[in-house]
Design a binder for this molecule. Structure first.
Ligand SMILES: NC(=O)C1=CN([C@@H]2O[C@H](COP(=O)(O)OP(=O)(O)OC[C@H]3O[C@@H](n4cnc5c(N)ncnc54)[C@H](OP(=O)(O)O)[C@@H]3O)[C@@H](O)[C@H]2O)C=CC1
Ligand SMILES: CC(C)(CO)C(=O)C(=O)O
Length: 311
């Protein structure tokens, strides 16, 4: 199976690298600077599950992408998706499956609109990883899970082929028969985690230790869960309980990739992860004060960041 991984960043570099490590036919669609680093140093992964050094991984840049792939794993940030959609068009043939692993849900609509829903699988990853200044992918915790599936829940031939490839790799993979619900569950959890850790500029343990911290966190989780319910994807009580326990754990160093990006002064997926949750909830007539404040906070950060860049 010919696999194109879009972006060799924190998630694409990790999961694509793990597939390559076990002999899968993986090519990374990268931009110029990343291509140069990969050609010079190879793809390097540091992980508690085992380091990997993959010399000279196959890469391609948009200008020379000219044939179809069987599977395209989309692992860019949401704010780069419009460009990525243009760039991958030559790689989408009649039988290509596109597997996005971005957080949130909105990207499915954009991919469907351009390529047709039949090409687009559901997907989600659970990992804390980052790409450092030297271009090394750092896996920061234990979880490294990729969940995917047909959005109608069927067990098609193409997802069975993907399953064969994924099962050999050094990460947990699950072929799901309820991937849309899985994506919503992840989004509800992630929007709460990213929202509260960015708002408080602190990991979960410090928020729990602050007066009112747990209450604010649980209110945000409850609002996100009501949005999911209004959209026909209410989280199960078990999923909510898992989220509550991670989000209220004393002394926890858990934070979200959005908080890591924000603390480095980077761009954040404010519209995709928080704004879209808020918009869907408000369209359903819900009152969502914590989500409103969280979104305003991120938009103010973005405004300040763009002034700083101009100045
Ligand atoms: N990091 C994490 O722990 C987790 C992240 N996620 C989600 O996964 C998604 C990806 O995040 P993450 O991997 O952290 O992001 P990164 O920024 O680390 O990686 C994305 C990569 O995409 C590349 N890219 C962007 N546009 C293009 C393009 N047109 N052509 C080729 N490459 C391109 C960027 O390359 P360049 O270097 O050229 O900018 C970058 O290296 C997000 O939606 C995030 O929310 C989900 C779970 C955990
Ligand atoms: C939920 C979590 C922390 C792990 O996948 C994540 O998605 C993120 O940090 O963006």
């Amino acid at each position: 199976m010919k696999i194109l991984v879009v972006g060799a960043g924190a998630t694409g570099g990790y999961f694509g690298g793990r597939l390559l490590e076990r002999g899968q036919d993986v090519t990374f669609l990268v931009r110029k600077a990343r291509a140069a680093v990969l050609a010079r140093d190879g793809l390097l992964i540091r992980s508690p599950a085992g380091d990997a050094a993959l010399p000279s991984p196959s890469t391609v840049q948009a200008s020379t992408l000219n044939h179809a792939f069987d599977l395209i794993i989309v692992s860019c940030k949401a704010y780069h998706l419009a460009q990525v959609i243009d760039d991958i068009a030559p790689a989408v043939g009649p039988d290509t499956a596109i597997l996005p692993i971005l957080n949130g849900m909105q990207h499915l609509d954009l991919l469907d609109a351009r390529f047709g829903a039949k090409h687009v699988l559901g997907g989600s990853c659970f990992i804390a990883s980052t790409l450092n200044a030297e271009g090394v992918v750092h896996h920061l915790g234990k979880p490294h899970r990729l969940t995917y599936g047909e959005r109608d829940g069927s067990r098609s031939e193409r997802v069975e082929h993907i399953e064969q490839a994924m099962l050999k790799a050094n990460f947990e993979s699950f072929l799901s028969s309820s991937i849309l619900q899985d994506m919503w569950d992840k989004w509800v959890f992630l929007a709460s985690l990213a929202g509260i850790t960015c708002l408080m500029r602190a990991p979960i343990g410090d928020i729990v230790a602050a007066q009112g911290g747990t209450q604010a966190t649980l209110q945000l989780l409850e609002e996100c869960s009501r949005v999911a319910e209004a959209c026909g994807h209410a989280p199960s009580e078990a999923a909510l309980q898992r989220s509550r326990s991670v989000l209220t754990e004393a002394d926890s160093s858990t934070s979200a990739s959005m908080m890591r990006d924000l603390e480095q002064g980077g761009q954040v997926e404010a519209d995709h992860i928080i704004g879209d949750m808020l918009a869907r909830g408000e369209a359903a007539g819900l009152d969502l004060p914590m989500l409103r404040v969280t979104y305003a906070h991120l938009k103010a950060y973005e405004a300040r960041r763009s002034h700083a860049k101009l100045g």
